[in-house]
Design a binder for this molecule. Structure first.
Ligand code: UT7
Length: 332
């Protein structure tokens, strides 16, 4: 059976840097609290005049295509992970297809929040393994900034999230490539980290825009403590599951790229796995939590910095809204 490999990685983040000190001028928060609790020093927010989820994704894809030495017209499938699609529907996959000047090829959106990129990677991997598609774009992109409650009421989420996009080109390989992916969810906790509106859960009169009196449903609601407690457990479980499935010891990991949710979560996993600093890649300091964008942006930067080399064993892991959690082991 064929395996799939990542043939190229790319990313794009908006130019506008938003510092903790800036947020402290509009919200009752401060640089010390944010750094101590999250590790975040700054994040990027889009310029609504020029950045969209689809066009940031297109920039990330063009970089990934160039690095894979591939033309956009050779792509035969798009899997797009986002919870902040440009429109409520259709998804951003078709908009990316249009941005790249492609026609007719299938484009699929995946809405699994912070685990979205690994879900998308796993989906693409299955299609390549069966021989159905050969050159697949796997994308994670988000614009969180325009939905944030940038007041003191929303401070537990306002300081965390950022915008950005990352992409990978997947291709078949005779070599090992993606060794396995592991996906999980537990809908019991759906409302512990969610945005309610514009969902279909409301009755007719409440879904009519002119009738909406309570607009708080459009903001991110997060039970931070609970999410944190589940995250540290599930991250470890799903990484161990990937190692066991492949009969690999944790010491053999060359680079762990965790979803960038909180530096304390990454540090906890690193310590539990006993990995040295150079084997764990974090960039949450610069970008905050970019949800589905975080893993491909981090992988792309790690690759640029020479931290992912041929034959390396790379482990991806994520946890987030749903709850959903996932991991992937890749022999580069
Ligand atoms: O990517 C999806 C997955 N998401 C996550 O994994 C996020 C997981 N959760 C977290 O990262 C953390 O829970 C947070 C960073 C969101 C919050 O950190 P925490 O250490 O859990 O803080 P807390 O919510 O327990 O709040 C502690 C205190 C509270 O004040 P009191 O009640 O002790 O007086 C909060 O009101 O910190 C206060 N607080 C803030 N203070 C300054 C909450 N947000 C802020 C803020 N600035 N931005």
């Amino acid at each position: 059976m064929l395996n799939s490999k990542i043939a190229g990685l790319g990313h794009h983040v908006p130019e506008k840097i938003v510092t903790n000190d800036y947020l402290s001028t509009i919200i009752d928060t401060n640089n010390e609290w944010i750094i101590e609790r999250t590790g975040i020093q700054e994040r990027r927010f889009i310029d609504p005049e020029k950045d969209t989820v689809a066009n940031m994704a297109a920039k990330a894809c063009r970089m990934a295509l160039e690095r894979a030495d591939l033309e956009a017209r050779e792509i035969d499938f798009i899997v797009f992970a986002t919870i902040t699609s440009d429109y409520y529907f259709p998804g951003s996959g078709v908009l990316l297809q249009r941005e790249l000047g492609l026609e007719n090829i299938p484009a699929m959106d995946i809405k699994n929040a912070c685990s979205g990129f690994i879900y998308a990677l796993s989906t693409a991997d299955q299609f390549i393994k069966t021989g159905m598609y050969k050159n697949v774009l796997v994308v994670g992109a988000e614009i969180q900034s325009t939905a944030l409650d940038l007041t003191t009421r929303g401070r537990n989420t306002a300081v965390i999230f950022g915008d950005g996009a990352g992409a990978a080109v997947l291709q078949p390989t005779e070599g090992p490539g993606i060794l396995s992916t592991h996906l999980h969810s537990d809908g019991k906790f759906a409302e512990e980290l969610f945005v309610k509106d514009p969902g279909s859960s409301r009755p007719h009169e409440e879904r009519q825009p002119e009738q909406i009196l309570d607009t708080s449903g459009f903001k991110v609601h997060m039970n931070g403590n609970l999410v944190f407690k589940h995250a540290v457990v599930r991250f470890m479980e799903v990484i161990n599951e990937a190692l066991q499935a492949n009969n690999i010891e944790k010491e053999e990991i060359d680079l762990l790229v965790p979803h960038q949710a909180n530096l304390r979560i990454s540090n906890y996993i690193q310590q539990k796995l006993g990995l040295p600093d150079e084997k764990v890649y974090n960039n949450i300091m610069k970008y905050g939590n970019t949800t589905a964008g975080s893993i491909p942006i981090a992988m792309s930067e790690a690759w640029e910095e020479g931290k992912i080399k041929e034959n390396d064993l790379v482990c991806l892991a994520a946890f987030g809204s749903g709850f959903t959690w996932a991991s992937a082991l890749i022999r580069w």
